[in-house]
Ligand binder design. Structure first.
Ligand SMILES: *[C@@H]1O[C@H](CO)[C@@H](O)[C@H](O)[C@H]1NC(C)=O
Ligand SMILES: *[C@@H]1O[C@H](CO)[C@@H](O)[C@H](O)[C@H]1NC(C)=O
Ligand SMILES: *[C@@H]1O[C@H](CO)[C@@H](O)[C@H](O)[C@H]1NC(C)=O
Ligand SMILES: *[C@@H]1O[C@H](CO)[C@@H](O)[C@H](O)[C@H]1NC(C)=O
Ligand SMILES: *[C@@H]1O[C@H](CO)[C@@H](O)[C@H](O)[C@H]1NC(C)=O
Ligand SMILES: *[C@@H]1O[C@H](CO)[C@@H](O)[C@H](O)[C@H]1NC(C)=O
Ligand SMILES: *[C@@H]1O[C@H](CO)[C@@H](O)[C@H](O)[C@H]1NC(C)=O
Length: 363
């Protein structure tokens, strides 16, 4: 009897290695919908993944000590760590300088710029820092420090840094003028864009940043939007973000279905908005069309979104992290997943598997 119990127990342990055995998981609020496809497996643990393509390889940046960089020849891996962005703690002297969050790396003017965040959970005392290198491969990154500060630090008393939170940096170039823009947020007063100087090492007009609020949730006390990313696919700019509870789940009491993370989008013909969702609701009024949410009872709280924009016949790729309900619910359990995108009447739809629309998007 004891032996049988132990055997069953160890089989269970093997199957759900990261889940504490004594906890009863209440699956009632896991969505079984098949409206979203299962992800293609990235086969790497990653929270807030960011991926770029360079010289025939994929480079994955994620939050972690000194910002780890992984490389693979396919989005399915295998991923090999090739180094870190920072050699030591960030030069930004606030919070935990050794473990930046949510990096986003962009290629600009033949250099690579990694935007990273220094913050702490629940705090608005944050900064977006930037490091640059001549190649993601070189291991020769220079840390340039803070682009913007909120809470404390240089110019943090300037509007809108007084009401916003400087995490989750992202980047887009204005297609008309070529001018670079930083995106940042999150929570508090939502997501903003600010014009950057051409060398990407400072805000264009630091004393008068001319920031624009792009997404906000006015009607709720907690305003759970974050992790923005912007792409351009003519004739629209797409503002992607995550909505809902990302982490720190109580295994015996998950939030009501739909309150966990999901990936949402709005679009605009102008880089500074207004961005609206499929129903015409302004993202400043809580709008956002869900592109990818929890599904099949397995994929839970997908977020940390990014998009690889295809050229020619290459389809756009949506990538993100998610929790596998059979594996575990800690931040370290978050896995990379990805799906091709197809655009229907100009709105992105995630596709199942490896078949894509070969550029036959419908606008
Ligand atoms: C499971 O969660 C649902 C929804 O939150 C709740 O109504 C139900 O009572 C819970 N069941 C158990 C056994 O805790
Ligand atoms: C999802 O499916 C599982 C397994 O069939 C079931 O136990 C669970 O109650 C379903 N959840 C919902 C919300 O329907
Ligand atoms: C590009 O990749 C090739 C093959 O792996 C390598 O030989 C070459 O050095 C790389 N070039 C750069 C600029 O990284
Ligand atoms: C900062 O983060 C590192 C890596 O997660 C951790 O080991 C260290 O204890 C943290 N430092 C403080 C002061 O919290
Ligand atoms: C590293 O980068 C700096 C500044 O961009 C440059 O001056 C230096 O030559 C680079 N060193 C190597 C080994 O590439
Ligand atoms: C500020 O940004 C707006 C777009 O949001 C733009 O129309 C305006 O020209 C900018 N002002 C300055 C002084 O750059
Ligand atoms: C979830 O984990 C199970 C193993 O526990 C694995 O078989 C399955 O492929 C995973 N699914 C996803 C979408 O990660």
């Amino acid at each position: 009897m004891l032996h049988t119990v132990l055997s069953v127990f160890s089989v269970l342990l093997a199957a759900v290695a990261a889940l504490p055995a004594e906890v009863h998981i209440n699956t009632t609020s896991f969505s079984n919908t098949t409206a979203y496809p299962l992800p293609n497996l990235g086969n790497v643990a990653a929270h807030d993944p960011n991926i770029i393509q360079y010289n025939g390889s994929f480079y994955l940046f994620k939050g972690g000590v000194h910002i780890p960089i992984h490389k693979a020849s396919s989005l399915d891996g295998p991923w090999e760590q090739i180094g870190t962005v920072l050699h030591e703690s960030s030069v930004i002297t606030k919070q935990n300088r050794s473990r930046p969050w949510a990096p986003t790396t962009v290629e600009w003017d033949d250099r690579f710029f990694c935007l990273y965040a220094i913050s702490e959970s629940g705090s608005r005392n944050s900064a977006i820092g930037v490091a640059s290198a001549d190649s993601p491969e070189s291991g020769n990154w220079t840390d340039h420090g803070a682009l913007i500060n909120t809470g404390e630090g240089a110019l943090s008393d300037i509007d809108p840094y007084t009401i916003s939170n400087a995490i989750d940096g992202a980047f887009i170039a204005d297609q008309k003028t070529g001018s670079p823009h930083l995106l940042y947020g999150s929570y508090w007063h939502g997501i903003f864009t600010v014009p950057l100087a051409d060398d990407l090492l400072s805000v264009k007009t630091p004393q008068h940043p001319n920031a624009t609020n792009l997404a906000y949730v006015p009607k709720e006390t907690v305003k759970p939007i974050e992790g923005s990313f912007m792409t351009y696919k003519a004739p629209y700019y797409y503002l992607w973000f995550s909505h809902g509870k990302c982490c720190h789940f109580d295994l015996e009491k998950f939030p009501p279905m739909g309150d966990e993370y999901s990936i949402r989008v709005g679009r605009s013909s102008d880089v500074t908005g207004p961005f609206v969702d499929k129903d015409g609701v302004d993202l400043l009024d809580g709008g956002g069309t869900v592109v990818y949410g929890s599904n099949h009872g397995v994929v839970y709280a997908p977020g940390g979104v990014g998009v690889l924009t295809g050229s020619g016949n290459d389809a756009d790729v949506l990538y993100f992290h998610y929790l596998n309900t059979t594996i575990g619910f800690t931040q370290g359990d978050a896995q990379l997943g990805w799906n091709y995108l197809h655009y229907v009447k100009g709105w992105p739809v995630a596709l199942e598997g490896y078949v894509h629309a070969n550029g036959k998007d419908d606008f």
